[in-house]
Design a protein around this ligand. Structure first.
Ligand code: HEC
Ligand code: HEC
Length: 402
């Protein structure tokens, strides 16, 4: 978002009015357009508008979209991070006004500029004015923090990506809180940035499209610096290669704390006879022990098994209970409900996760109740419960009408 050039286009609109009209040859010649100065090169403009698109998609999908949009959010965030990386390189090796050296941010200068606006004496900066410079640093900083916290969430909560092997659920969950706050802050910055652009009027928007601004003796310019595109492209290529190879190497590391074994066949058969056999990582050992101890009166049903089968299932459940894993499901459902300790669906964690799913959705024939985890979670059997694997079945045609 490099367009934060907060200067007011005083009197500049005469250029727009100076379009020569073909039919009025008899009229006096149109005034010469004021000379233009190249400010935002093509790379800066492309960066700006691509960042608008990627940050826009990432914000909307992160704050409001259902979990099935997870991958769109992830990739738009990665794209924004790559763009910011490219911009950082261009800020060191680009042409005059792309360079960070042409708009050193400073709070005191920004305050002085604000004061000048208040007194209607705002100087005309060709590059970023001091407020704009602060805005660039804040926007780039916010996207950078969102990238780091996003990778921690991906690693710790989703157990995916380059940090999965090193990040606990706890760290990921803390990062998620930070990620959300910084996302709101970024949304606020974007609003301020748009307000600043509106304050500056059409010249600013035009400059971010055509790249030029009206020159003028009153405008504050920066000493000219030539762009060095070849070193810039080489630097970006090396950085991207390092990032891709690094991500591939780190992502291939074994991730501790995730279930990898399939469901025990005896458990799947016996405990899947009446309802989905729940992955053992979704309930604590205490809950499993109590369930197995009371199979002869299992929620009103007789689910009793031979002593040997009961023993085998009890041992397997104890060895694979929520305490043994570090997935989101295991962490969030590890604490049983005080009032209904045998139910997974009564745990505070399960209730919170499904608070937005209406009762009518669970009651759909195509779902089959709260216990039918795999109706909505394609990966329920693996214990992973990835966001991208969530898909709520539509009501079947027969059940649409009461
Ligand atoms: C004869 C049928 C039957 C069998 C076999 C059976 N269950 Fe159940 N199970 C039920 C019923 C009925 C409920 C209560 C469903 C409800 O209230 O919606 C239930 C509920 C549960 C719940 C609570 C789910 C929740 O969060 O509400 C768990 C956990 C559970 N069963 C585990 C097991 C295990 C472990 C086994 C195998 C040892 C097993 N069940 C075998 C019928 C059965
Ligand atoms: C009607 C469909 C439906 C059923 C049935 C269902 N869930 Fe979910 N579940 C969802 C939805 C939707 C979300 C996402 C909530 C959100 O993020 O807003 C979710 C989220 C989750 C999450 C968090 C996943 C994540 O990464 O965000 C876990 C864990 C989970 N469910 C476990 C279970 C278990 C265990 C069962 C069965 C006892 C179950 N769910 C049954 C719809 C369902």
């Amino acid at each position: 978002m490099t367009s934060a050039t907060f200067f007011r286009p005083r009197g500049d609109d005469r250029r727009v009015a100076s379009r020569p009209a073909a039919r009025s040859a008899s009229r006096p010649a149109a005034p010469q357009p004021a000379p233009e100065i190249a400010v935002w090169d093509r790379a800066v403009r492309a960066f700006h508008w691509l960042l608008v698109a990627t940050v826009g998609v990432a914000l909307v999908t992160g704050l409001w979209a259902p979990p099935s949009w997870h991958d769109v959010h992830l990739w738009s965030g990665i794209a924004a991070a790559v763009l910011v990386g490219c911009r950082l390189v261009w800020g060191l090796l680009g042409p005059t006004y792309a360079r960070f050296s042409s708009f050193r941010p400073s709070v005191s200068r920004a305050l002085a500029h604000l004061d000048a606006i208040r007194r209607n004496r705002e100087p005309r900066h060709i590059g970023h004015n001091p407020l704009g410079a602060l805005m660039i640093v804040a926007l780039i900083g916010a996207v950078t923090v969102l990238t780091v916290t996003g990778l921690l969430v991906l690693g710790g909560v989703s157990k995916e990506g380059p940090l999965a092997a090193f990040t606990s659920f706890r760290t990921g969950a803390t990062a998620l809180t930070a990620h959300a706050y910084v996302a709101y802050a970024l949304a606020g910055l974007v609003i301020l940035h748009v307000l600043g652009a509106l304050h500056d009027g059409p010249v600013m928007l035009r400059a971010m499209i055509t790249g030029t601004k009206p020159a003028g003796t009153d405008a504050i310019t920066a000493p000219e610096k030539p762009a060095r595109p070849h070193p810039a492209v080489r630097t970006i290529a090396v950085a991207v290669a390092v990032a891709v190879v690094g991500t591939a190497v780190l992502s291939a590391k074994p991730v501790p704390g995730i279930p990898t074994a399939p469901l025990d066949p005896l458990y799947a058969k016996e405990c899947g006879a009446c309802h989905t056999p729940h992955h053992p990582s979704v309930a604590p050992a205490r809950t499993w022990a109590a369930i197995v101890a009371g199979l002869d009166d299992h929620f009103g049903d007789d689910a009793s098994l031979s002593a040997a089968d009961t023993r085998r299932i009890a041992d397997w459940l104890a060895a694979n209970s929520a305490e043994k894993f570090d997935t989101a499901a295991a962490n969030l459902m590890r604490t049983p409900s005080d009032t209904d300790p045998l139910r997974i669906t009564a745990t505070p964690g399960w209730r919170r996760l499904h608070a937005d799913v209406p009762d009518a959705v669970f009651a759909r024939r195509t779902v089959g109740g709260r216990l039918a985890c795999s109706a909505c979670h394609a990966d329920a059997d693996s214990g992973r419960f990835a966001a991208r694997q969530i898909s709520i079945p539509n009501p079947s045609p027969e059940t649409k009408r009461p």
